[in-house]
Design a protein around this ligand. Structure first.
Ligand SMILES: Cc1cc2nc3c(=O)[nH]c(=O)nc-3n(C[C@H](O)[C@H](O)[C@H](O)COP(=O)(O)OP(=O)(O)OC[C@H]3O[C@@H](n4cnc5c(N)ncnc54)[C@H](O)[C@@H]3O)c2cc1C
Length: 249
């Protein structure tokens, strides 16, 4: 009788939280230790946990950075959140578990010159890694257009970084944040784009003169936004890639 070898599961590593910086009441940036030898491609996600509860988080940092940077939105307990209310009680020096391998196919598709990166709130995370890695690798030849949607302007947590980059590299980075509730008090003084990113996507494609045969459109975050963007852009002949952070109920 032949015995089949069962592959050994690599042990779950425990890593420390290096820092946590709350951005709003329900948005936080967290840096965690990177286990030795941990590898990932920009756009992939890690799986972290606490007390046996594990969830996926896209990685904002670039592979060359020392720590793993995460941008997390709290789903409160009364809205069904499980791990995020636990994470909100943790801080610098506390431990989380991390699965040994990063996963995901929502990665940079270099074959297209134009890269339209569409997100809602935390959905911007993979693009932060794409662009940091692209700049670090000293590459050229691509154009990145970051179309970031949120209800309120204080939810564009990476706006400072992307505005600075778009000023430094105007020929290949364009940052287009859009608020969906422009009339609300919290958005007073907002002078950028308005409207949900899915509703303004065709206008942006036209303004930017994006050629369908040489443009990759990515959509990440809210599943309703992704579904709508997909339905609008795929009939136009654009390449399309998606990462849904949660499922519709
Ligand atoms: C590939 C992948 C990458 C992800 N990357 C990130 C990331 O970078 N940042 C991040 O904050 N989350 C990310 N998520 C979502 C994350 O895995 C968790 O689902 C989320 O943090 C909530 O965890 P929870 O345990 O508190 O609630 P869960 O038990 O996971 O979910 C509770 C309920 O809330 C819904 N839900 C989950 N997230 C949200 C949300 N943001 N807004 C509204 N409803 C939501 C779920 O569908 C479910 O109905 C990612 C998910 C996937 C699949």
């Amino acid at each position: 009788m032949t015995t089949r070898k069962i592959p050994k599961k690599p042990p779950l590593a425990e890593v420390s939280i290096i820092d946590r910086q709350d951005q709003t009441e329900d948005l936080t940036l967290m840096w965690i230790e990177k286990p030795e030898g941990y590898q990932f491609k920009p756009g992939q996600y890690c799986t972290i946990g606490h007390d046996g509860v594990e969830r996926a988080y896209s990685i904002a940092s670039s592979p060359h950075e020392k720590y793993i940077e995460l941008f997390i939105e709290l789903v409160p307990l009364n809205e069904g959140g499980v791990l995020t209310p636990i994470l909100w009680g943790l801080g610098k020096g506390d431990k989380v578990t991390i699965r040994p391998r990063a996963k995901g196919i929502f990665t940079f598709k270099e074959e297209k010159s134009h890269q339209l990166l569409v997100s809602t709130v935390t959905g911007i995370v993979p693009y932060v890694s794409f662009i940091r890695n692209y700049l670090e690798s000293d590459r050229s030849g691509h154009k990145f257009y970051i179309l970031a949607g949120a209800s309120y302007s204080d939810e564009f947590i990476y706006d400072k970084e992307f505005i600075e980059l778009s000023e430094k590299y105007p020929e290949f980075i364009k940052f287009i944040p859009s608020v969906s509730r422009p009339d609300e008090e919290k958005n007073s003084g907002w002078s950028g784009s308005t409207g949900r990113v899915n509703n303004i996507i065709e206008d942006k494609i036209n303004e930017l003169k994006l050629p369908p045969d040489d443009t990759m459109i990515y959509a990440c975050g809210n599943p309703d936004m992704i579904e709508d963007v997909k339905n609008r852009v795929t009939p136009l002949g654009f390449g399309f890639l998606e990462e849904r952070f949660w499922k519709d109920d």
